[in-house]
Design a protein around this ligand. Structure first.
Ligand code: CP
Ligand code: NVA
Length: 311
């Protein structure tokens, strides 16, 4: 059994296979209708979501399966919100459903769910990673640039879950990734070290820079994300002050390659991490990127549930 606990669960071949199947599903969705008929997929959300929740629920429906979207708090929430262990939850859920999608805080909960359950687990965002997003981003890059090899993506913003997944996606997809961040908000050192080791092996590059204009030179993609991730609300004032020089303005886009596109995982905050004229401008591919979440996640479900071969 396989999982997508983080980007490191994919090697270059399986990364390419998810993207290839995602593109095939996007071209001919009807060919995949009902491929998971009779199966049930639980999607657990301990944090808010628009894209992930809706695209998983719709995607599961489109594959003919039942989606159970489950909260972790409130009257309709899972007992895990009242202290039931993740291990017990994993074992119970594995008796009912065929796969579990989970968005939560600690990466350890995703790892525990996968270790203790008996069904594939998909990370739908943790404090550390957002692998479904990075897959959709890579698919969107393929749509714009064809081959990913030799492309350069520059993430402008804090070291966070989205930048971590992009740093790990680069070596898997064959593209270079630069994280342009303030010295006080770098990527997690252990995750960056893993990305560096993977990049060395793959023959790609990952780096951390602090000067945005220098970092975006020659970029094919300029990417940003919110400065305040879910769970960091108490640090909002400090993060905003530190990140102010890292806003993606029209001047930053002009410093990038003339064919560079702008990407953002969304939700966006106009006037903070990105200027409205960039987000809403002609180089922005944000809605293709959001749409591609649906297609790559359907591909992931088919592969992890062995309805499609990995090779
Ligand atoms: N990009 C993304 O994961 O969006 P949501 O938080 O709305 O799911
Ligand atoms: N870094 C953001 C991504 C949202 C999709 C967060 O964790 O809130």
């Amino acid at each position: 059994m396989r999982h997508l606990r983080s980007d490191t669960d994919l090697d270059a071949a399986s990364f390419a296979r998810v993207l290839q199947l995602g593109r095939a599903i996007k071209r001919r969705p009807a060919d995949y209708r009902d491929r998971l008929a009779g199966q049930s997929v639980a999607a657990i959300f301990a944090k808010p979501s628009t894209r992930t929740r809706v695209s998983f629920e719709v995607g599961i429906y489109q594959l003919g399966a039942q989606a159970l979207v489950l909260a972790t708090s409130g009257a309709g929430g899972l007992q895990v919100g009242r202290g039931e262990t993740v291990a017990d939850t994993a074992q119970v859920m594995s008796r009912y459903v065929h796969a579990i999608v989970i968005r939560t805080f600690a990466q350890a909960e995703v790892d525990e769910l996968a270790a203790r359950g008996a069904v594939p687990v998909i990370n739908a965002l943790t404090d550390s990673f957002h692998p479904c997003q990075a897959l959709a981003d890579a698919m969107t890059m393929q749509e714009h640039f064809g081959d990913l090899h030799g492309r350069k993506l520059v993430f402008v913003g804090p070291g966070n879950n989205v930048s971590h997944s992009l740093l790990l996606a680069g070596p898997r997809g064959g593209f270079d990734v630069v994280c342009a961040c303030p010295p006080s908000a770098p990527p997690d050192p252990a995750i960056f070290a893993r990305a560096q080791a993977d990049a060395k092996e793959a023959g790609t590059r990952v780096s951390v820079e602090h000067d945005v204009v220098a970092a975006v030179a020659g970029a094919h993609v300029v990417y940003t994300d919110t400065w305040v991730s879910m769970g960091q609300e108490a640090d909002r004032a400090s993060l905003l002050a530190r990140l102010r020089p890292y806003s993606v303005t029209q001047a930053v886009m002009e410093a990038a390659g003339k064919d560079a596109v702008f990407m953002h995982c969304l939700p966006a905050h106009r006037g903070e991490e990105v200027a409205a004229e960039v987000l809403d401008g002609p180089r922005s591919v944000i809605f293709d990127e959001a749409e591609n979440r649906l297609h790559v996640q359907k591909a992931l479900l088919l592969l992890l549930l062995e309805a499609e071969p990995w090779e």
